[in-house]
Design a protein around this ligand. Structure first.
Ligand SMILES: [Zn+2]
Length: 849
């Protein structure tokens, strides 16, 4: 066992050297000495099993105590370890340098035994006296020191060579690299990196032509250890430099990393034009440099630059570099930072952990067994939302500091918590971890009950997250008072790469949403017209007569069947789960079955329909397969099912993210519909685009697999494919643009509010709940006018904006923000008596409205 002493072990280089030796401390005795006491670094040394003693190089008995039995001495003590005293005159400072460097080194040489090998970092500055730009200076060149620092280093070299000890002198180039040591911030590459991180100005004296030999801090520490260990390297001097460059070249690297940084060239005289050292002798020993200036500057700029916490607040990684054979699998996880503690944590199914944040530490958890739902929220951005995602076995999840997080375990689980820093149980809630109530017991129950782990369409469990709009209230569950408790559920869209179905991450119980439904289709003249036209078209196309039997699934207040009734067709049946809507339809003399379409209710409904309509319900069904099978079963042999559903292609193209709400479990394209029906005993025979709900698709379905297919199907499929409906990057691009929209709206509504003290909204459809909650607009809008009387006197959930009837409006001629944007022109035309200033909410989504 060797005794290795690092003198100056708390300094810039000393800290790095201790780190390099930290892996050695089990077989060699490592001791660090320093005149300072820096608490954080001393405890770090303890963690590395390195003993520390504080004492001064001019204290001979201190040196005798620790050096006399040393086998190796890394002598890093020098003037940079002495606090600079401002009142020092130049003479006093020189004296201090001289004393510590020369007297100190002589003290050291006296204290060590003859067997002790000295590793001494000298400096390239010993050649500072050269008046011209000399290149590739070799070790045997005679030094030409000018200032006291260089003079003392030259004297040290002489004294060490004259001792009887083995030694290696390493003349270092400019040492650079990231460290916590603020004293070394003024080294040129470090200083330039700092300026770069602050978008500042880099000044280049004499055009930055001075030559520099550079070497990275870690390479210096590595080299010191390697020459120490190599018994064949004795009584030698090496130039330890890597890259040779001009100051300007370093500045240009900075400019490339951050174009905002300024380079200012001045004509000031530089003290000399610099010089470079040759590293040939060192390279001959086999030493290899691992770090270069470009990557190091990048790293430093990165460490110091402000970065907005964007989408990477919490990330999930799988293992990489998998190696699989008969014995099993090996995979690697590369951590973003070293760890010093591993917590082993078991959690029972149905329990919650975390509900806290770490002000400084990054959290890294590797799930060994089980599954949990992770919920997180950025605490720095007040308009941020809670976001969820699933963590499966083998996933590593990394959460940034100041991100509140919680884990809801869906299975009995085991995870490892990989920590850098302390995680004392007694400090929970005090230092490393602070409580934050992100998920309460109600949220937990909802998540456990409603979360979807697989694709509704094909069962694939590897769904990809498209966008999270945060936890949101159910869009149509308007509240009766501001004080009403509002349940919120994640509103997040996932994409299935297998069948291309886009869908929500959860399925809120349909009974919660559809029991007392307030969406009245007949309120809208546009919808009435739409269904009248559709009925006319179907009567003609399918030659319907008074013997025909027509079923409308999700028949609402009867809007879709009334045109058929008016044409004399009597065998009509509505199927509607909302009790209040069924009653309204029955009053209008439309026979209506009040209930869901499912296997249990199927026997209560007469079969052999010639036409089955399902408008805007297919997105609403969680148990899709069952609904589709029931429809097929109700259909006559030659009958047709016609489904109208919001069209994903429009949502993605037109950025109508407000089509996303909990009632819409699925977001269909023809591509995914085709996949879905290919598994059933039916065929999609035709498809067409229609313009309801900001863009919908209408498909025609016949029983069996042997049907003639209209060429429209192929045409539309091609259009979808061309748009990128089968590529995940299309969905990611959509999400990015939606977040840009949020930024724009937030900015624009602020501006609008500054110009007008009152703003009112028009229309409170479900899409308005989504948009207002996503944008976090609440007191910016005073109230909302709505034509549907079922909504009067209620509040938009989550943002608590009151909804009133037009008659009760007291304001005149103030801005009206039209939230029901798909009816903008109608609303503007029909309400000239309220205001002359109508603004479409969609126009606020642009950068400038
Ligand atoms: Zn799928």
């Amino acid at each position: 066992m060797k005794k290795i002493v690092i003198l100056g072990g708390l300094g810039y280089l000393g800290t790095e050297l201790c780190r390099v030796y930290s892996g050695e401390s089990w077989r060699n005795k490592i001791i660090a000495l320093d005149s300072r006491f820096i608490s954080e670094r001393v405890s770090q040394l303890k963690d590395w099993n390195i003993e520390f003693f504080q004492g001064h190089i001019l204290d001979k008995s201190f040196l005798d105590n620790h050096l006399s039995d040393a086998d190796v001495l890394h002598h890093l003590a020098g003037v940079t370890d002495v606090a600079y005293v401002k009142t020092d005159t130049k003479y006093e400072l020189d004296e201090r340098i001289r004393k510590i460097a020369i007297d100190g080194t002589n003290n050291v040489l006296k204290s060590i035994a003859k067997k002790c090998k000295i590793i001494f970092p000298s400096t390239h500055v010993v050649f500072e006296g050269f008046e011209y730009a000399k290149k590739n200076i070799k070790e045997q060149e005679t030094p030409k020191p000018v200032l006291m620092y260089a003079k003392s280093k030259v004297q040290n070299e002489i004294d060490i060579r004259n001792s009887k000890n083995n030694y290696v002198i390493l003349r270092l180039g400019s040492v650079y690299g990231y460290s916590l040591d603020t004293m070394r911030i003024n080294i040129m590459p470090n200083l330039f990196s700092k300026i770069t991180s602050q978008n500042g100005t880099i000044k280049l004296f004499s055009g930055g032509k001075q030559l520099k030999s550079l070497v990275n801090l870690i390479d210096v520490a590595r080299c010191m250890k390697i020459v120490e260990e190599n018994e064949n390297i004795n009584k030698e001097t090496f130039h330890l430099v890597n890259e040779q460059t001009t100051v300007r070249e370093v500045a240009e690297i900075c400019k490339k990393i951050n174009p905002k940084v300024n380079l200012e060239v001045t004509d000031d005289e530089a003290p000399n034009m610099g010089y470079t050292l040759s590293n040939k002798k060192l390279l001959k020993t086999g030493f290899k440099f691992l770090y270069n200036i470009k990557d190091s500057i990048k790293q430093m700029v990165d460490q110091w630059s402000f970065k907005e916490n964007k989408n990477n607040l919490e990330e999930i990684f799988g293992g990489t570099n998998e190696f699989i054979d008969k014995r099993g699998k090996i995979s690697n996880y590369e951590l973003p930072e070293p760890v010093n503690l591993i917590g082993y944590i078991e959690s029972k199914k149905g329990t919650v952990r975390a509900n806290h944040f770490h002000p400084i530490q990054e959290q890294k958890c590797l799930l060994i067994k089980g599954q949990f739902i992770s919920i997180y929220k950025d605490l720095i951005n007040e308009k941020s939302h809670r976001i969820t995602h699933i963590v499966n076995e083998g996933d590593l999840i990394v959460t940034k500091p100041n991100v509140a997080h919680a884990m809801v375990f869906t299975k009995d689980s085991i995870f490892l918590n990989l920590v850098r820093g302390e995680r004392e149980h007694k400090n929970y809630g005090i230092t490393h971890t602070l409580p934050y109530n992100l998920v309460d017991s109600k949220d937990r129950d909802n998540l456990l009950y409603f979360y979807k782990f697989d694709c509704r369409c094909c069962g694939n469990i590897n769904l990809k997250r498209v966008i999270s709009l945060g936890f949101q209230p159910l869009a149509n569950n308007l509240t009766n008072s501001r004080k009403d408790y509002v349940e919120k559920f994640p509103l997040e869209m996932n994409y299935c790469e297998n069948c291309h179905n886009a869908q929500l991450s959860i399925s809120v119980d349909s009974k919660k949403m559809f029991k007392n439904y307030i969406y009245l289709s007949s309120t809208s003249t546009i919808f009435r017209k739409h269904f009248e036209d559709a009925a006319k078209k179907y009567i003609k196309k399918f030659k319907l007569n008074n013997k025909s039997y027509i079923i409308d699934i999700g028949s609402n207040d009867g809007i879709g069947l009334i045109p058929f009734k008016n044409s004399g067709i009597k065998r009509l049946l509505g199927v509607e789960p909302a009790k209040n809507l069924s009653k309204i339809a029955i009053k209008k003399d439309i026979k209506t079955f009040n209930g869901f379409l499912n296997k249990k209710n199927l026997k209560k409904i007469r079969k052999n329909a010639d036409l089955i309509l399902a408008s805007n319900v297919f997105a609403h069904a969680n148990d899709l397969k069952s609904v589709a099978e029931c429809m097929i079963e109700l259909l006559s042999k030659k009958g047709t099912i016609i489904i109208e559903v919001q069209y994903l292609l429009n949502t993605l193209k037109d950025l109508t993210f407000d089509n996303i709400y909990h009632e819409h479990y699925n977001y269909w394209s023809l591509t995914s519909l085709l996949y879905f029906f290919s598994k059933l005993k039916a065929t999609i025979v035709n498809a067409e685009k229609i313009n309801t709900h900001g863009g919908s698709i209408r498909i025609y379905i016949k029983k069996g697999k042997k049907n003639k297919i209209n060429k429209n199907v192929k045409k539309l499929l091609y259009e979808e494919e061309k748009f990128g409906i089968k590529k995940f990057k299309t969905y990611k691009a959509f999400a990015e643009r939606i977040f840009q929209i949020k930024k724009n709206v937030t900015k624009n509504i602020k501006k609008l509010k500054n110009e007008h003290s009152n703003i009112i909204g028009y229309g409170a459809p479900a899409k308005a709940t989504t948009a207002l909650n996503f944008f976090n607009i609440n007191n910016e809008i005073d109230l909302i006018i709505e034509d549907n009387q079922l909504k009067h006197g209620k509040f938009v959930p989550g943002v608590n904006i009151p909804i009133i009837s037009k008659k009760k409006l007291k304001y005149k001629n103030i801005p009206v923000l039209v939230l029901a944007w798909n009816f903008f022109e109608d609303i503007k035309k029909n309400n000239t008596q309220i205001s002359n200033n109508f603004i479409n909410i969609k126009s606020l989504e642009k950068e400038k409205y």
